[in-house]
Design a protein around this ligand. Structure first.
Ligand SMILES: [Zn+2]
Length: 268
């Protein structure tokens, strides 16, 4: 009798953890906006943050300091984050002190980032050394999510040359969704074509939709080369965020932009 109860208890625990895992395709995916290009992705008990560990407080929408502190400390709702992704080394996406503090306080968490980002961090086994060459990709499975790392070009904007910046975009299979977080991707046919993303059935593409990125030409390339079911705009200029959010809705059918930290959407 006692053995039977123990067995039943074990099965109940297995079922419970199985159901709450991020690799369960029935799981809805919740996305919380944190600021600029930063989001928290959750499905079951799997949590991933992208480009949230940054401290820049001008031009773009900042991550609220209290939320950043909780994230770095691993306090709810940021407890048990499995994975932090950084798209590139620019300060509006990455702050070395913030990432280091996060890693030190969250020993369960792993980090994927381009070599330019990793060079600014202390050596630790928490950091994966996945680093595809430009135009190439590599896959990794972490904590209930499958991640494809795409080494893409960074766009040039405001007359600046960012061609030496390693920009990793991330194709993330989690729960019921296939998400793309593109970082500061250069949305040209030449840059996107090698990744054949239009064949991937992407549910939601998180794109940098601000300033010179908000054109009908880029929207057409996105529709053709990425073909997501839905575009979510990030990285808006704080001073014109409402106007840019409206432009996202005009350019992309069913598209919208995050403008307010802690706003949340569920995708299923
Ligand atoms: Zn950048």
């Amino acid at each position: 009798m006692r053995i039977r109860n123990i067995l039943l208890g074990t099965i109940a625990i297995l079922v419970a953890t199985g159901c709450s895992d991020g690799d369960d395709p029935r799981q809805p995916v919740s996305v919380t906006y944190l600021g600029n290009d930063g989001i928290l992705i959750e499905a079951g008990d799997t949590k991933i943050v992208v480009d949230a560990l940054q401290t820049i407080a001008t031009t773009f929408i900042p991550v609220p300091p209290d939320e950043l502190d909780r994230l770095e400390r691993g306090e709810p709702p940021f407890d048990g984050v499995d994975l932090a992704l950084v798209t590139h080394v620019h300060a509006d996406h990455f702050d070395a002190r913030s990432v280091q503090r996060f890693l030190d306080n969250n020993p369960q968490s792993r980090l994927i980032a381009p070599p330019q980002v990793r060079a600014a961090l202390a050596d630790t086994e928490q950091v994966d050394d996945i680093a595809p060459e430009p135009g190439m990709s590599a896959d990794i499975q972490i904590a209930g999510a499958r991640i494809r790392v795409l080494h893409t070009e960074h766009f040039n904007q405001f007359g600046l040359d960012f061609s030496d910046i390693e920009n990793f975009a991330y194709l993330i299979d989690i729960g019921s969704q296939r998400l793309l977080h593109a970082g500061d991707i250069n949305s040209t046919v030449e840059n996107l074509e090698p990744f054949t993303l239009a064949n991937e059935g992407i549910d939601v593409a998180f794109l940098p939709t601000f300033a010179e990125q908000l054109t009908t030409e880029i929207a057409a390339i996105v529709e053709e080369q990425i073909a997501p079911n839905r575009v979510v705009g990030l990285h808006l200029l704080e001073s014109v965020r409402e106007e840019e959010a409206e432009a996202v809705m005009d350019l992309y059918s069913d598209g919208f932009a995050f403008t307010t930290p802690l706003d949340q959407r569920t995708f299923e």
